[in-house]
Design a protein around this ligand. Structure first.
Ligand SMILES: CC(C)(COP(=O)(O)OP(=O)(O)OC[C@H]1O[C@@H](n2cnc3c(N)ncnc32)[C@H](O)[C@@H]1OP(=O)(O)O)[C@@H](O)C(=O)NCCC(=O)NCCS
Length: 159
C-alpha cells in the first residue's frame, strides 16, 4: 500500500505552504522572508513530509549546521496530523543525516512550557543540558536539549 506521507527536501516555491503550517504551530511565527531565505541558505538540512493524496505540507523540519552540531531551527506539524509519529520521523531523519555527515550531535532550544515537544525529544534520547533565560520574545526561557551521536548509535538497536 502507498505511504500516506512521503518525505522530500524543502525547495524554492515551498515557502508559502510551509509558512501556512508555521502559522498553525506558533504564535510567534517566523516571517515569510525567513522561509524564503532558508530555501537557498548554505549548510542546511531541511525536510518536508507531504500528504500524498493532497500534496499538502503536513510537517517540516528546518536545521542548520553549526560546526559539528546540527541545530534544529524549527519543527512543526499540522494540527490534524499530530500524534501520528510525523515529528519523530523527521527528527530521526535529521539524526541519520547528522551521522552520515560525521556530525557530533543534534541540538535545539524548546520553550519551557512546551511539554509535547519536550516529551518528544526526551523520548528520542535527548538530554536537557541547560537553560537560556528569557530566550523568546515574550521572555519565556528556553530549555537547551542535545543528543550526541554515540547515544544515537546505542539507541539504534531498539528502533
Ligand atoms: C511538538 C510537535 C512537533 C509534535 O509533533 P507530532 O507529529 O504530533 O509528534 P509525534 O506524533 O511524532 O509524537 C512523538 C512523541 O512525542 C510526544 N508527544 C507529542 N505530542 C504530545 C502531546 N500533545 N502530549 C504529550 N506528548 C506528546 C509523545 O511521547 C509522542 O509519542 P507517542 O505518540 O507514541 O506517545 C507538534 O505538537 C507541533 O507541531 N507543535 C507546535 C510546534 C512546536 O511546538 N514545535 C516544536 C518546537 S521546539
Amino acid at each position: 500500500m502507498a505511504e500516506r506521507f512521503y518525505e522530500r527536501a524543502y525547495c524554492p516555491g515551498d515557502e508559502t505552504a510551509v509558512m501556512e503550517v508555521e502559522l498553525e504551530c506558533f504564535a510567534d511565527a517566523w516571517p515569510l522572508s525567513f522561509f524564503i531565505s532558508e530555501t537557498i541558505a548554505e549548510g542546511r538540512f531541511h525536510r518536508l513530509l507531504i500528504e500524498a493524496a493532497t500534496e499538502r505540507v503536513a510537517a517540516y523540519l528546518l536545521s542548520a549546521w553549526q560546526y559539528l552540531d546540527l541545530h534544529v531551527l524549527n519543527l512543526g506539524v499540522r494540527k490534524e496530523f499530530r500524534r501520528k509519529g510525523l515529528a519523530r520521523r523527521l527528527m530521526r531523519r535529521a539524526e541519520e543525516e547528522m551521522l552520515r555527515q560525521g556530525g557530533e550531535s543534534i541540538i535545539l532550544e524548546v520553550r519551557e512550557s512546551n511539554q509535547p515537544a519536550r516529551r518528544l525529544y526526551l523520548g528520542l534520547g535527548f538530554e536537557e543540558i541547560g537553560c537560556r533565560a528569557g530566550y523568546y520574545g515574550d521572555g519565556e526561557n528556553a530549555v537547551v536539549m542535545q543528543k550526541h551521536s554515540e547515544k544515537w548509535v546505542s539507541d539504534a538497536e531498539t528502533w
